[in-house]
Design a binder for this molecule. Structure first.
Ligand code: PLP
Length: 396
């Protein structure tokens, strides 16, 4: 008999994953090239050759040692190279002790939440939000508090609502920049305003409130947009990073958590996060992949490829009459349902073998998310179907 908590999770299993599985079935029926699967953020860009070369080199030169357990927080030399790379890029002053290697951002978020949450404490998220946040928070008996989607202001969150929802149960605020699913990038003035509110509320409530910055898309920005490096703005910041998207290796499960010295009781928090890695059963980040990313800390996959996809899809969908948020980062296009019903939109799109995710699952009704990290040809081939869909809606 499965637990009551798990029954709930099974019932509400990820819509994104369901779509992904459905896509695989449709491809068997109609053929790979006739299904336009925009469900999952699975990068199709080539993995940088340095990644594959490093794997081969490590397997040749360290074949007897590379597959062993590591310390819970990861190899020291790897953590050191991550710190050095960040310092070079952002003019910061981190060292290996500030870094804990993780099994991607998903486990990074889990070990952070496990380390900071007491029962019924609240974590605030901005809708639309990455749908997994809810189960991660609830895994540790926390409560998710949702700031409503700010459709009228390009989905830049309303900070007045944030301020009104911080109380003596608040333990954290999760920010995701660039944003999945909107593709919006929060600029420096937004980050400054957010930080000011958190500083004020920490003082007023006399409690630590962590800003958890979930940054798998940090490098994926367009048109010269800049993502402010968040530790500079608010002391109690914890950064969760992933190489899934920047190196196009999501199946390899590698990332890190960064806790700067300025975080209150940072040493205790780093110890807790390190032990949480073991407690939730991750033990340590994959050894081979730690060494690989350490050799690739300063590179990314070719962001131009996503930009090309973005430009084609955005311009064509606009031309066909769809209302879309112009993506500034990440690789998602947020499209308004012509009827206001996102689930109906996703079902209707499926008739044309187009798979998109209704944004109700991200806490925002009325939109769907299109993950355009596909091959360019998938986008090109899908255009006729999008056009027919627009015609069916009568918006073209
Ligand atoms: N956070 C956000 C916003 C994401 O979009 C994803 C994956 O799509 C994750 C976290 C999890 O990433 P990882 O593959 O590193 O676990």
């Amino acid at each position: 008999m499965i637990s009551d908590k798990m029954k709930e999770l099974v019932k509400n299993n990820s819509v994104i994953r369901e779509m992904f599985e459905e896509g695989k079935n449709l491809k068997k029926i109609y053929g790979e090239e006739n299904v336009y699967d925009f469900s999952l953020g699975n990068p199709s860009t080539p993995v940088p050759s340095e990644v594959n070369d490093s794997i081969i080199e490590l397997l040749e030169n360290q074949k007897d040692t590379i597959h062993g357990y590591t310390s819970n927080n990861g190899f020291e030399d790897v953590r050191n190279s991550v710190a050095i790379s960040l310092n070079k890029k952002y003019n910061t002053n981190f060292n290996s002790n500030n870094i804990i290697m993780t099994v991607g951002a998903a486990s990074g978020l889990n070990i952070v939440l496990k380390s900071i949450l007491n029962k019924d404490e609240e974590v605030i998220v901005f809708a639309p939000y990455f749908s997994e946040y809810k189960c991660y928070i609830e895994n540790y008996d926390g409560k998710i508090v949702i700031i409503s989607p700010n459709e009228g202001n390009n989905f830049i969150p309303d900070l007045k609502e944030l301020e009104s929802k911080i109380n003596n149960k608040t333990r954290g605020v999760i920010i995701n920049n660039p944003n999945n699913p909107t593709g919006v990038v929060y600029d420096e003035s937004f980050i400054k305003d957010l930080s000011e509110i958190l500083v004020k509320k920490e003082k007023e409530l006399k409690r630590d409130i962590y800003l958890i910055s979930d940054e798998p898309y940090r490098e994926i920005v367009y048109d010269g947009k800049k993502v402010p490096f968040i530790t500079k703005y608010y002391n109690d910041t914890i950064v969760v990073y992933s190489y899934s998207k920047s190196l196009a290796i999501p199946g390899e499960r590698i990332g890190y958590v960064l806790v700067q010295d300025e975080v209150k009781d940072s040493k205790d928090l780093i110890t807790a996060i390190t032990i949480a890695n073991r407690v939730i059963g991750c033990v340590n980040a994959p050894s081979l992949m730690q060494k690989v990313v350490s050799k690739c800390v300063d590179i990314t996959c070719d962001i131009e490829i996503y930009d090309k996809n973005r430009k084609l899809l955005y311009s064509k969908l606009k031309e066909y009459g769809f209302e879309c948020i112009k993506p500034e980062g990440a690789f998602y296009l947020f499209v308004k349902s012509p009827t206001g019903d996102d689930k109906e939109f996703a079902i209707r799109a499926k008739k044309y073998n187009i798979l998109v995710v209704p944004a109700t699952s991200f806490g925002c009704k009325g939109y769907v998310r299109i993950a355009y990290c596909t091959n360019y040809s998938t986008i090109e081939n899908s255009l006729e179907s999008f056009k027919k869909l627009a015609e069916e809606y009568g918006i073209k």
